[in-house]
Design a protein around this ligand. Structure first.
Ligand SMILES: [Zn+2]
Length: 403
């Protein structure tokens, strides 16, 4: 069994770094002194767990336990969104260290090394581009992506260099030697709460496709332009957004959201001439995402033609959805049963580092119940009891995999 007091104390101590005393929200972004402080604390825990520590070129912190030829990796992240909670990412890292420390203290024999990875910049707060560390390990990060800049025009590559990191060449960071990757994470949804279960096994991670659609009409006087001859970009965009909702209502698990809209010139007495809106489409099946993308674009095109405006879609981000390995799902389920809990499978609507690692290794994920499904918020909460049982289950699965 894991040392629950140590795990809960560490979770509390880490949550003090970057904490806003007024709101209770945590602001711990990558490439800041708060992150640096958190790294120092977490690496001190890794050392107590008998691990040796290395840092790769993009700043992933890797603790290694064992001197075997094969390796399994556990991991998550310690950066947060603005005003984030104390469990997202941090729990996965600390639970992984706790698992290793328990194995170390019991001197259990190993047939594989266990690595604990703290991935660089999962949340993407500073550069609007996340999952940087896991992309690099999976060989998916490109040199062009390193040139993305923050609001002060500093690029990811420059920020890395300011922190004494050398990201280039990126090929050096890619890993091909991971036998299995496991991540424990809070659910960030209400499924487990509704099922009254402390944990669940993730079957796949839905990945977002982000599109930006620009609708161009003609901006004219709101009083002097008769209704039949208007080319109103906002009226057209509204019809498009409702069409998207209708298309998605006919699917089973897929979801799509229009969350951002900008109107030009945005005046009370001017017909909108240009509207830009975003679409976030998610599913765990890449084929379904592609089909949805084409039927949405086809529908929007029809609305544009009928309303005499133009419509231009642009891809902002395309991330591959990932399925978890059935062998790891089964192992997690059998560990869950040992603890007298009914194994339950669910998908992850949110993205995680695991979905990148899926490009180079079989992945598995264990979800922990979130209160009211709230996350990315100071009210984010998982109970101590759920955390302890989840970490014991996670421990059992890791021991089975390395014995
Ligand atoms: Zn997370």
């Amino acid at each position: 069994m894991i040392n629950e007091n140590r795990l809960l104390r560490r979770l509390q101590d880490l949550s003090q770094i970057g904490r806003n005393e007024v709101t209770g929200g945590i602001n711990r972004f990558s490439f800041t002194s708060e992150e640096q402080q958190a790294i120092e604390l977490v690496t001190s825990y890794m050392k107590q767990a008998g691990m040796t520590i290395t840092v790769d070129g993009v700043g992933n912190i890797i603790g290694t336990y064992g001197e075997e030829s094969e390796t399994i990796m556990l991991g998550s992240h310690i950066d947060t969104v603005p005003e984030g909670g104390k469990y997202d990412g941090a729990l996965g890292v600390l639970a992984a260290i706790e698992v290793v420390q328990t194995i170390y203290e019991h001197q259990l024999p190993l047939s594989k090394n266990i690595e604990v990875a703290v991935f660089k910049d999962e949340e993407g707060t500073r550069f609007g581009f996340g999952l940087i560390g896991s992309r690099a390990i999976a060989g998916l990060l490109t040199h062009e992506e390193l040139q993305k800049t923050d609001t002060t025009d500093i690029s990811i590559e420059e920020a890395m260099k300011q922190f004494q990191l050398s990201p280039l060449p990126l090929e050096r960071i890619k890993r091909n030697d991971i036998q299995a990757y496991l991540e424990m994470h809070i659910e960030q949804g209400k499924v487990l709460e509704n099922e009254e279960l402390p944990v669940g096994v993730v079957t796949g991670i839905a990945a977002p496709l982000w599109l930006e659609v620009t609708v161009t009409g003609v901006s004219e006087h709101a009083g002097a332009t008769p209704m039949p001859i208007r080319q109103d970009a906002l009226a057209a965009a509204s019809e498009m957004i409702l069409a998207i909702e209708r298309i998605l209502n006919d699917t089973t698990d897929s979801v799509a959201t229009v969350g951002k809209l900008s109107v030009e010139p945005n005046g009370v007495n001017v017909i909108p001439g240009r509207v830009t809106f975003t679409i976030d489409i998610r599913d765990i099946d890449e084929q379904k995402i592609n089909t949805l993308e084409s039927s949405i674009i086809e529908q929007l095109q029809k609305v544009a033609e009928r309303r005499n405006v133009t419509m231009t879609p642009k891809v902002l981000q395309r991330v591959k959805p990932a399925k978890t390995a059935s062998m790891l799902q089964q192992q997690l389920a059998s560990s869950i049963e040992k603890y007298g809990v009914q194994p339950y499978s669910l998908i992850s609507g949110a993205g995680h580092d695991a979905m990148n690692i899926a490009a180079v290794a079989p992945i598995g994920m264990l979800f922990v119940r979130s209160k009211d499904g709230i996350s990315h918020n100071p009210l984010e909460y998982s109970s101590d009891e759920d955390i302890v049982i989840a970490t014991n289950i996670f421990y059992d699965t890791v021991v089975e995999l390395v014995k």
